[in-house]
Ligand binder design. Sequence first.
Ligand code: MN
Length: 234
Amino acid sequence: MATPFAIDIEARTIIPVAGGSIVFPVRRIYCIGRNYAAHAREMGGDPSREAPFFFQKATDTLQFCPENETIQHPYPTMTTNYHHEVEMVVALKSGGRDIAEGDALSHVFGYAVGLDMTRRDLQDEAKANRRPWEAGKSSDYSAPVGPLHPVSSVGHPSRGKISVSVDSEPRQSSDLSDMIWSVPEQISILSRYFELKAGDIIFTGTPEGVGPVERGQTMRAYIEGLGAIALAVV
Ligand code: MN
């Protein structure tokens, strides 16, 4: 007989796989910072010199966004400057330590469009006071993600439009090929810091044009080949 749990908690985090009846279970959410040159500059960094850096969001911050549906996205507490960051999300079917760049893509299950939602005022305060980033980056619902597209149907996207609009006004618009560190490089470097495992997902960084959203506005995030997600901020 299985040992009974002391308390009940919510079921684990999942991302439905596009066009099918299977779901992808999420273990950890990793994010890379400053991975597009123009965004690195707008955040005060130097894209030519800085090594990639990573942070995590709590796994249950993931908010699944079905395609062709506008989902309600709660505006978080304790902020007056809540920013969108559109990002491609990579989902791993296996992992390891010290993964070679040449092997990295063999660990990828698929890709999705995502948003690294950020309480920018709290992140800026943390930076200024040399404090951790959780309050800025890991608020509830701060990781919206669309359906997962398996490598078997979309391959490994390395170019194509990535964009987000707010109430139909273009905000961020770039191309996946403008990433500073490629997906294989990100997986390889990240695996030196953490042992990667099946179920881990990686937010691969955002292009320039991040900015605030308010209650009552609708965000639409899009990546060529991976579809679009729409969120009404409430
Ligand atoms: Mn980001």
